[in-house]
Write a protein that binds this ligand. Structure first.
Ligand code: PLP
Length: 464
């Protein structure tokens, strides 16, 4: 199959035939919202209803065609309805849908494939159907491996919405304590390195990773009971705003965990499987975790996730009652296997690295030209633009974030910002032409918002 399978449906994107959201979308959303509660802010701020997706194109019920910069929510990374993935799922949908955790031919193939692409003998595997279940299983696995009970995780990381996963995250949700009266016993949060907003800085203002590590050491000594099983963290903070650690952080954290006999658990549900240009995000820093989770891109839209531990720990999975009703069903295995094969056959990692560099250059230019862009960052197709009221004070500009989101969507860009941080997660098949088209729409929206708030957009070279 040609790797240009998506190009025809991408022609002329975006293409709008009504105002957006259009009249049919508005009516359908209003009907649905009578029943469906708890919608995300992305939906409430832009209540469009989608009916079709192909490659990098999303179509709404009014006939408008959008350029996709969201991949669902980091999920359909090979484009909507990749023919190879859809056919693989359909094949098993007609042949065998579920046989619990008995082996099937397609499961055997998937596990062999995973073992071949992953670094560092990450070979003890179990499959699930959502990210949070994989994270929960990783936490149970860490306890079984170490016979220890406590966990460290990082400020503003996200790991899912089941009970141990929320205990590894910020739990404040307005004034209703739906996330529990307290964090689960033994779960603690520590600052993660954010180069734009360093918790610990050197005298010259740049981030000090040694002081982060020293703080973790002190924290374990003073706040825990010395029974820490694992350090659970995202390799790159996704939901929190595409925040990348400095290059020296993970090698230092790996050495620290080894010294303290703590497992390193990399939750790659969002960042893994190609989004940053590597199968495993920690490979950017030559680091291998003890436990890793995959989701989202793993099945390119079919709900399939994985929790994997190093070979030396694999037997511990026998102690955690690891299987589930849907985990590893034949359709799920087929979707994951086909997705991995597509990444290899269509040289997706190479595309992500090449076009990712173009994205980053463009964002750097935008930062110079726009007074409300405080920071830009990215690796591959995991990208972020942080909006601030003032580059010196770095005060977050939430109102601008919301408006930029709505304006760019109205122009035909389907995407997923979060507050004052514009997050972009385009399908990994995207070429430079469409990547720059999407960035044009975002830059136009930023310039409009700047004018509304009375900022003057400056051209390159004029900045102080
Ligand atoms: C890093 C990370 N871990 C876990 C999850 C939870 O995945 P799911 O929504 O499939 O339960 C998410 C979801 O966004 C995530 O970003």
């Amino acid at each position: 199959m040609s790797k240009n399978w998506w190009k025809e449906s991408a022609r002329g994107l975006p293409h709008l035939v009504t105002e957006t959201p259009g009249p049919v979308s508005k009516k359908m959303h209003a009907n649905t919202a009578r029943y469906m509660k708890g919608l995300s802010e992305q939906v409430t701020l832009f209540p469009v209803c989608f009916s079709e997706g192909h490659g990098i194109m999303l179509k709404d019920v009014d006939g408008n065609r959008y350029l996709d910069f969201s991949s669902g929510i980091y999920v359909t990374s090979l484009g909507h309805c990749h023919p190879k993935v859809s056919e693989a799922i359909a094949h098993w949908a007609k042949k065998l849908m579920n046989c619990h955790d008995f082996t099937t031919p397609v499961k055997e193939q998937l596990l062999e494939k995973l073992a071949a692409i992953l670094p560092g003998r990450l070979t003890g595997m179990q499959l699930y159907s959502d990210g949070t279940s994989a994270v929960e299983a990783g936490i149970r696995a860490a306890r079984a491996i170490t016979n220890k009970q406590e966990f460290l995780s990082c400020f503003r990381d996200f790991h899912g919405k089941s009970m141990a996963a929320v205990s590894c995250a910020q739990m404040i949700r307005g004034d209703v304590f739906s996330y529990g009266a307290t964090r689960a016993p033994g779960f603690y949060m520590v600052p993660r390195p954010n180069p734009y907003r360093p918790a610990f800085a050197k005298p010259d203002g740049t981030i000090d990773t040694d002081r982060h590590i020293a703080f973790y050491e002190e924290f374990i000594r003073e706040s825990t009971v010395g029974n820490v099983a694992a350090f659970v963290l995202e390799p790159v903070q996704g939901w929190g705003g595409s925040v990348f650690p400095p290059d020296d952080f993970f090698p230092k954290l790996r050495a620290f965990c080894d010294r303290k006999k703590i497992l390193l658990f990399s939750d790659e549900v969002l960042a893994g499987m190609g989004r940053t240009g590597e199968w495993v995000t920690l490979s950017h820093w030559d680091t291998v975790p003890d436990i890793i989770t995959f989701g989202k891109s793993f099945g390119n839209g079919f709900p399939v996730t994985a929790m994997i531990v190093k070979e030396e720990y694999a037997d511990s999975l026998n102690k955690i009652s690891a299987s589930s009703s849907y985990g590893g069903n034949p359709m799920a295995c087929a979707a994951a296997l086909a997705s991995i094969e597509v990444i290899e056959e269509e040289e997706i990692l190479q595309n992500v690295r090449a076009v990712g560099a173009v994205f980053l250059r463009r964002m750097e230019q935008m930062k110079t030209a726009h007074p409300i862009i405080g920071d830009v960052r990215g690796k591959g197709f995991l990208l972020g633009i942080e909006l601030v009221k003032d580059k010196r004070t770095k005060e977050p500009f939430n109102e601008a974030g919301r408006l930029v989101y709505q304006k760019a969507f109205r122009k035909g860009l389907a995407w997923i910002p979060a507050g004052h941080i514009l997050r972009m997660s385009p399908p990994l098949i995207m070429d430079e032409e469409h990547a720059m088209k999407g960035m044009d729409l975002i830059e136009e929206a930023i310039a409009e918002v700047e004018r509304e708030f009375g900022y003057a957009t400056v051209s390159a070279g004029q900045e102080e």
